[in-house]
Ligand binder design. Structure first.
Ligand code: NAD
Length: 474
């Protein structure tokens, strides 16, 4: 049992102003795995005041000082990486191999990338008679979701630290453990008091208090569209910057070539990764209509090969995060059946032999783009295959969505992949499984307005100042 009932404020672990605890449930067993405290606006006030005090000095720190700090954090992160992975497995149900692998690797990757970018980042440049300076925006509220806990927190904290900002992290209530360990890592690495603060609790209380706070300069939020809209409203009165990284319904276009079956198989298996709880998941698989039979076979085999079970074991897929998420996914599967989508594998209920825990069957439908299951983010292991007639039709279907977060193109002709990628209205497109920590990540349309990852992630936390009338010294 984990008992994490204190918050990290001003360089110390402190009790909440008003005691209020909540159980944390392990989604693999439905049993209580520990306790956290739920904070109140008074805790947020204390954390914001500490961050404001610390900004006076940390905001003036040198690049060398910040690089030394990030390198000290890197050493501490590496030392506790397995612990972080185990916490992720317990809090949100990712299988051990994934939790201690890609989950923690993403956090480590954002940290290493922040160090690389900071080494060469131009905080000041001369253009004619003007000096253009990039200065830290100030006190930042960081609000994160549970689905990739280290990815989401690290992609915010490390660029913010590199930029010279101070911050208050509000971790997700469903996945609070890894954030607690990360706070210990930052403390042990010597982050100065007040630079990083963490208050756990309910989004509607802690998140809203941060969004409305007079002394918070910006909010960086990753989560659902609905909450993103609320945060913008809450932040409006104080005109603070709001960076939003929201949901998606990304299209994966498979081209009509010799690799079709292999590409369909990897897209299907990819959709089931992390139990389908990935904002940029390729949840609409667009395939040539003339080859639908081959596609059905390849997708059914790939989904059937996904092993589901307790995350402690050697499985590809664990449970989804909570009972409520399980119920939402079941409702979407029911909806797909009701609106006439063809179920080719999976379906309602838990997989055979799994009676406890929030396990969902890897599910694949063939449907059309106007169905609810093709338009709304399900956030579970449910794939909708949508046939296209030609490349123009594929692009039209891909772009016919309220979202625009990710996109995928698989095919042997790279020039065709390039041409299609240019026409997609989304923030990131992966061609044949490419990956890059320096590639900016963020959404078009209702998928958000921010850009994280790599150098672009730094700009979220910087103000731009022009000093006009200062030519370069002779
Ligand atoms: P969520 O919006 O319910 O919660 C996200 C965070 O916001 C949590 O910490 C929550 O406590 C907090 N919150 C809730 N109500 C709030 C309020 N009124 N004010 C301020 N904060 C509040 O999302 P979730 O269920 O945790 O995560 C899943 C969603 O996140 C999906 O839609 C997914 O696509 C999205 N997501 C997006 C990205 C991206 O980079 N674009 C990455 C991961 C997840």
């Amino acid at each position: 049992m984990r008992n994490y009932t204190q918050f990290y404020i001003d360089g110390r672990w402190v009790d909440p102003v008003t005691p209020n605890t909540a159980d944390v449930i392990n989604p693999a067993t439905e049993e209580v795995s520990g306790t956290i405290s739920l904070g109140s606006p008074a805790d947020v006030d204390a954390a914001v005041a500490a961050a404001r005090r610390a900004f006076a000095t940390y905001g003036e720190s040198s690049v060398k000082e910040r690089l030394d700090l990030l390198e000290a954090i890197q050493a501490e992160y590496l030392r506790r990486e397995t612990e972080l992975g185990e916490a992720i497995m317990e809090e949100m149900g990712a299988p051990r191999g994934l939790a201690c692998g890609f989950h923690t690797l993403l956090g480590k990757g954002h940290l290493g990338t922040a160090i690389e970018v900071l080494r060469d980042f131009k905080f000041e440049e001369q253009r004619g008679v003007t000096v253009i300076r990039k200065e830290p925006i100030g006190v930042c509220g960081l609000i994160t979701p549970w689905n990739w806990p280290m990815n989401q927190t690290c992609v915010k904290i490390f660029p913010a630290l590199a930029a010279g900002c101070t911050m208050i992290l509000k971790p997700p209530q469903l996945a609070p453990y890894s954030a607690q360990i990360l706070a210990e890592i930052l403390h042990d690495a010597g982050v100065p008091a007040g630079v990083f603060n963490m208050v756990q609790g309910q989004g509607s209380v802690i998140g809203a208090a941060l969004s409305k706070h007079e002394d918070v300069d910006m909010i960086s939020f990753t989560g659902s569209e609905q909450v993103g809209v609320q945060i913008q409203k809450d932040a409006a009165d104080t005109v603070k910057r709001v960076g939003l990284e929201l949901g998606g319904k990304s299209a994966w276009i498979v081209l009509d070539d010799a690799s079709l079956a292999a590409n369909v198989a990897s897209a299907t298996a990819g959709m089931m990764g992390n139990s389908g709880q990935t904002c940029s998941a390729g949840s609409r698989l667009l395939v040539p209509a003339a080859r639908l039979d081959e596609v059905r076979k390849a997708a059914a085999e790939a989904a059937g090969g996904v092993t589901v079970g307790n995350p402690q074991g050697e499985v590809a897929m664990g449970p989804v995060v909570s009972k409520s998420q399980y119920n939402i996914i079941q409702q979407y599967i029911e909806q797909g059946l009701a609106e006439g989508a063809e179920l080719i594998t999976g379906g309602l209920g838990r997989p055979d032999g799994l009676d406890k825990g929030w396990y969902v069957k890897p599910t694949v439908f063939v449907g059309t783009n106007d169905m609810v299951i093709s338009r709304e983010e399900i956030f579970g292991p449910v794939l909708v295959i949508i046939p296209y007639t030609d490349v123009d039709d594929a692009v039209r279907i891909a772009n016919d969505s309220n979202f625009g977060l990710g996109g995928y193109v698989s095919g042997e002709d790279l020039e065709a992949c390039r041409a299609i990628s240019r026409r997609l209205r989304t923030g990131a497109i992966w061609v044949n499984g490419g990956f890059d920590f320096h590639a900016p990540f963020g959404g078009y349309k209702r998928s958000g307005n921010g850009r994280e990852w790599g150098e672009h992630g730094f700009h979220e936390y910087l103000e731009v100042k022009s000093i006009i009338g200062l030519p370069a010294p002779a």
